[in-house]
Design a protein around this ligand. Structure first.
Ligand code: FPP
Length: 247
């Protein structure tokens, strides 16, 4: 099936977010260590980024490392951090060639110095591109982000910059790490798991969800296109009734 041909370019989701899952199981199926799966996951990152940029997606967010992932065995965490540095270095060519700017969300202070340095450098080097923004969620969890936003608001009140009456959704959103990024219209999770796992809980209030049974290292361009075709078949009502939707 050529899914790309079936996409209506006028009704693309502006922002697609992905929970890349199944690297460990993919490796285990092949009798290899989990890190082998992460290494192969990098190809899927490249393919997905290229595929999204090719059709005109403006924002692509990838859940690369969650706050909870720090509790994995130290050897796996270290391998993932090293892989991130290597990938950022190696894939910066892909970013430049496809005019993609890089951003990151999460508790970036908790990353090892080298990872943070490479990340910030790549973010700076690609900031001029506006074809697509690729956002890496690193040491990210939604509850961490929401608590952080609550703290920021409390501090503003303590400093008498605002009063509690000023708190509304807009103010709250401005305190989230995603404050410059529109909410994702489409959230994809791979590996046949049907969970959100603490990812963008505020931002996905009205997102369409697509679950792929493929493990992340097997995810390819056509899989992204299939998810987008499926998204385009749905009616997004935002609490209204069908007849109220302008088609
Ligand atoms: C989930 O699979 C995947 C991760 C925790 C890491 C994702 C990282 C990459 C693909 C590497 C490079 C990424 C970028 C963006 C530079 P899992 O380990 O939870 O798999 P399992 O559920 O089968 O155990």
């Amino acid at each position: 099936m050529d899914w790309k041909e079936k996409i209506d370019k006028d009704r693309l989701p502006r922002h697609v977010a992905i929970i890349m899952d199944g690297n460990g199981r993919w490796a285990k199926q092949r009798g290899k260590f989990r890190t082998f799966g992460h290494q192969h996951g990098v190809k899927s990152v490249r393919e997905t980024a290229e595929a999204a940029a090719e059709i005109g997606i403006r924002y692509l967010t990838l859940y690369a490392f969650s706050t909870e992932n720090w509790t994995r065995p130290k050897s796996e965490v270290n391998a993932l951090m090293k892989l991130l540095v290597r990938t950022i270095n190696k894939e910066s060519k892909t970013l430049h060639e496809n005019k993609i700017s890089l951003k990151a969300i999460g508790n970036l202070d908790s990353l090892p110095d080298i990872t943070r340095r490479e990340l910030f450098e790549a973010i700076k080097e690609t900031q001029q591109y506006d074809r697509m923004t690729m956002i890496l969620a690193l040491s990210y969890s939604s509850r961490w982000e929401i608590v952080n936003a609550a703290k920021t608001i409390a501090q503003k009140i303590e400093a008498k910059e605002i009063s509690s009456a000023d708190i509304d959704q807009k103010l709250f959103e401005s305190c989230l790490t995603t404050n410059t990024i529109p909410d994702p219209e489409l959230l994809i999770r791979t590996s046949g798991e049907y969970r959100i796992s603490n990812f963008l809980l505020w931002q996905i209030a009205y997102s369409e969800l697509f679950f792929s049974t493929k493990y992340w290292p097997d995810f390819r361009k056509e899989d992204l296109y299939e998810a987008i075709v499926d998204f385009q078949k749905r009616e997004r009502r935002f609490g209204k009734i069908s007849e109220q939707i302008i088609k």
